[in-house]
Design a binder for this molecule. Structure first.
Ligand code: PLP
Length: 390
């Protein structure tokens, strides 16, 4: 059976060029970049070249890029680091953040007694700049704002520059989880004054287990891992050199063709929206995800006009991989916190959320097959209900 992968917000297939670069690095570049001999120094050069390329694309200084193991670690470094080393006593965040931000901010409350303030999103999952202002105006305690750039479940985007400028106005630190946007959107951190951002290579055809944090220079942040002075004292531990090389290759590839890839994927998303509307006229799209201008082009969050909690499993059996935006146990899915907030109460139990996410490797034929499978599942469901009731 030919399988179709429509879960690119969870992770993307690794690009062949990335594999080649990593194999070469694993084979020949085995020196420790902290060693002073030639084996080490050759590898150090490679690591620093990747750092410089990334920094130049994001318009930051190389010393502001800190290699980490993933997006989760990068977010933890920014949040935990600013509480433990920058005197943050208050965190303003949203209830729609990724688990790693949600759990880390909660841990800061539990461990360090930090005050947590949640900005209430509107019914489409948007966070307004006015509500950020209001939350910032409430207290003069040293504050960190942590709000994601693009939501990984519904694709809603915030106006990063506006949020960053508001934080500056109130002298608050601004951390944004950019795991779903770095590698997909052009970001210039010289113009957008965020203090901390995060990246994960596996979201744009790079390897898993490698990412970076952008940490604005001279803030005084320190490593949250005890150990050596690697990464300018911001991340102890020997660097994952082949991962860094793979991240660097994936990053170069992503930004080399960013505009054309974006247009290609947008076209796929538009095609998916329109084709779904033809087959399911009552379909809805969660949050802003059906709005091409207000959402990330790689993510489409769908609300099917029939209820089938086993749909993820059934699609998988037909060779289609999607996400239900849910925590899954024993095949059936329970709704995620984000979906619980976004889906109108009267539709819970009557409709089924699905997240479809695209990459440059997605084809229109994949969308056709996915929708044909949805139609088949709906018809099977109808037949089962008819047999049950007769
Ligand atoms: N933040 C967001 C918005 C994500 O989508 C993810 C991954 O799903 C993460 C953070 C965590 O990234 P990683 O898998 O690299 O730890």
């Amino acid at each position: 059976m030919d399988r179709i992968y429509l879960d690119n917000a969870a992770t993307t297939p690794i690009a062949p060029e990335v594999i080649d670069a990593m194999v070469e690095s694993l084979t020949y570049s085995y020196g420790n970049p902290s060693s002073t001999h030639s084996f080490g120094q050759e590898v150090r050069e490679k690591v620093e070249l990747v750092r410089r390329n990334i920094a130049s694309k994001l318009h930051v200084k190389p010393g502001e890029i800190v290699f980490t193991s993933c997006g989760t670690e990068s977010n933890n470094l920014a949040i935990r680091g600013s509480v433990e080393h920058l005197g943050v006593k208050r965190i303003i965040t949203s209830p729609l953040e990724h688990k790693c931000v949600e759990e880390c901010t909660r841990a800061m409350k539990k461990i360090h007694g930090v005050e947590l303030v949640y900005i209430k999103p509107d019914s489409l999952g948007n966070i307004s700049s006015e509500s950020l202002r209001e939350a910032l105006a409430e207290s003069r305690e040293k504050t960190l704002v942590s709000i994601m750039h693009a939501n990984n479940e519904i694709g809603n985007l915030i106006d990063l520059k506006e949020f960053a400028l508001i934080c500056k106005e109130y002298d608050a630190y601004f951390h944004t989880d950019t795991v779903q946007t770095i590698g997909h959107l052009d970001l210039n951190f010289e113009e957008i004054p965020v203090d901390f951002a995060s990246c994960s290579a596996h979201k744009f055809h790079g390897p898993k287990g490698i990412g970076f944090a952008f940490i604005r220079k001279n803030l005084g942040l320190k490593s949250i891992i005890c150990g050596g002075p690697q990464e300018r004292n911001l991340r102890a531990g020997t660097e994952n050199v082949s991962g860094i090389v793979g991240l660097g290759k994936a990053f170069d590839l992503a930004y080399q063709d960013l505009d054309s890839t974006k247009e290609f994927i947008k076209e796929i998303k538009k095609y998916c929206i329109e084709s779904l509307q033809v087959e399911f006229p009552d379909i809805q799209f969660n949050g802003e995800s059906g709005n091409m201008d207000k959402s990330l082009y790689t993510v489409l969050s769908v609300l099917l006009p029939f209820y089938d909690p086993m749909i993820g499993f059934k699609l998988d059996m037909k060779g289609i991989a999607i996400s239900q935006g849910s925590a899954c146990s024993s095949g059936a899915a329970s709704m995620s916190g984000v979906m619980m907030r976004i889906i109108p109460e009267h539709l819970v139990g009557k409709s089924t959320p699905l997240r479809v996410s695209f990459s440059s490797m997605t084809r229109k034929e994949d969308i056709d097959k996915f929708i044909a499978c949805l139609v088949a599942i709906k018809n099977e469901l109808k037949l089962n209900n008819f047999q049950l009731n007769n």
